[in-house]
Design a protein around this ligand. Structure first.
Ligand SMILES: Nc1ncnc2c1ncn2[C@@H]1O[C@H](COP(=O)(O)OP(=O)(O)OP(=O)(O)O)[C@@H](O)[C@H]1O
Ligand SMILES: [Mg+2]
Length: 445
């Protein structure tokens, strides 16, 4: 097994050397960075079990690095080295997520203990399932905004509707809203509205009284009440039949439910989140979804962007997925070869992150070298059609069609903004980088 790796961030060569020697004697593998920028680069490309950072660095403050790590490498425990007696800084670092601190001049015995604890800690935290459960990965500006939004809406009690294509992470977003808010100790109850047979739906959602219909042998609490004190996540809400929509409206407006066969309503305290990959406003226009309910569930709308709108997230997602699959299959996480990554980065992912998961799972099974290569990756050309390997062209009918739509949208946005790419990106709701990337890929200009 490889030695646990420790990243030392300090601009004083003497201290770097002292720390490196100490760590080597503990049978660890030290790496050093002299500034925040280098440290971030290393954290992005290599795996570390611990990061030890000094406070004053040439390009900023150690606290910035602590914060950055919480967001982008949360699996890496970070400890700070503070000037002797500067408790104020130490406390700030702890609040920002550092797990401990050491003061200068360094007490090597104390430092060894800290390092030993950290190494244990890093074994228990998964990078994509931190102590708070799964995380939303991705460094694209769209995903950063999404994380900000999640934190913001988590504090409020307003209903949130999460839209986005299938497999984009809508359920994950709903879970994170629940877990980042004051209801986190309460239950999170996902309900797939499309999966419950219509005739059972009312009793499943609202519960029933014993004897209220054949088969109702005892009182049964409904899913809505079982979310008491927590969050009710109505997944595929577009599939809710109209008569259930009326009943749901009452739940949201009156904060009460009436179980089947019961005379009285009972108050419930749940926060309602919902999601669908369908276009709800379109369904409203077609009379398939009640407008009043639409306005109730859609108080705040979060749109999870498709993966093809943020290709820069693909490498991080792919690596995290490979790590997770590796753990599950008890393999050393397979590496992703450059040609494989390149193939993934230009693929349109009609099935989004879930499709990426499936592609990689299949690729691991096919790969024989401990490395996933382009030849191991099978990308769809037509929906349901035979898979093609990444080496062959992936511009099948669906790919072509999507590309045409995209090309048109991009051209229109560019026209509207007189070829100002920053403005066009904003108009299209994608990051500047993503737009530049799509322009190149689609051969516009
Ligand atoms: N940003 C992300 N970071 C990490 N994992 C992600 C991310 N987005 C999606 N996933 C993973 O992708 C898979 C699909 O996500 P999820 O089930 O939340 O999608 P969905 O939008 O609800 O899909 P569907 O429309 O098919 O129900 C899950 O395993 C989820 O953990
Ligand atoms: Mg879902």
């Amino acid at each position: 097994m490889a030695k646990p790796a420790v990243l030392v961030v300090d601009d004083e060569p003497d201290l770097c050397e002292l720390l490196s020697i100490t760590l080597q004697r503990m049978d660890l593998s030290p790496r050093t960075a002299n500034n925040i920028g280098d440290a971030q680069r290393l954290l992005k490309t290599e795996q570390f079990n611990l990061c030890l950072t000094d406070m004053q660095l040439p390009d900023g403050d150690g606290l910035e690095l602590v914060e950055w790590i919480q967001q982008y490498s949360p699996s890496v425990p970070v400890a700070v080295i503070t000037a002797h007696g500067n408790m104020e800084i130490a406390v700030r670092a702890l609040k920002l997520g550092a797990f401990d601190f050491v003061s200068k001049p360094l007490d090597l015995a104390g430092l060894r203990k800290l390092v030993a604890t950290a190494i244990k800690l890093s074994g228990t935290i998964d990078s994509d399932t931190s102590v708070f459960g799964p995380r939303l990965l991705g460094t694209s500006s769209a995903m950063q905004q999404m994380r900000d939004m999640i934190a913001r809406v988590a504090r409020s009690q307003a209903p949130v509707h999460i839209s986005g294509e299938s497999g984009t992470g809508k359920e994950l977003v709903a879970k994170l809203i629940h877990e980042s808010g004051p209801r986190r100790d309460g239950p999170f109850v996902p309900v797939n509205c499309g999966a419950i047979p219509t005739e059972l739906m009312e009793s499943e959602l609202f519960g029933h009284k014993r004897g209220s219909f054949t088969g109702a042998v005892s009182d049964k609490k409904g899913l809505i009440q079982s979310a008491e004190g927590g969050t009710l996540f109505l997944d595929e809400i577009a599939d809710l039949p109209l008569h259930m929509q009326v009943k749901l409206l009452r739940v949201i407006q009156e904060k009460a439910v009436r179980p089947v066969g019961e005379q009285l309503e009972v108050g419930v305290d749940v926060r309602v989140l919902s999601a669908t990959h369908k276009d709800l406003s379109q369904l409203v226009a077609e009379g398939k979804f009640r407008e009043d309910l639409f306005y109730r569930v859609n108080v705040i709308e979060l749109r999870v962007p498709a993966l093809r709108e943020r290709p820069e997230d693909v490498p991080e997602l792919a690596e995290a997925i490979l790590r997770r699959l590796g753990r599950r299959m008890k393999l050393t996480p397979p590496m992703l070869a450059k040609d494989a990554l390149a193939a993934l980065e230009t693929y349109a992912f009609p099935g989004n992150v879930r499709e990426l998961e499936n592609i990689l799972e299949r690729a691991i099974t096919l790969s024989t070298s401990g490395e996933v290569r382009a030849g191991d990756i099978q990308l769809r050309t037509t929906p349901g059609g035979p898979p093609a390997t990444a080496n062959s062209s992936n511009a099948g009918p669906l790919g072509d069609h999507l590309e045409d739509i995209e090309r048109d949208a991009i051209l229109k946005a560019l026209e509207q903004t007189r070829h100002n790419k920053t403005a066009a990106a904003k108009l299209l709701g994608m990051s500047f980088r993503a737009l530049r990337y799509r322009i190149k890929k689609l051969g516009i200009e």
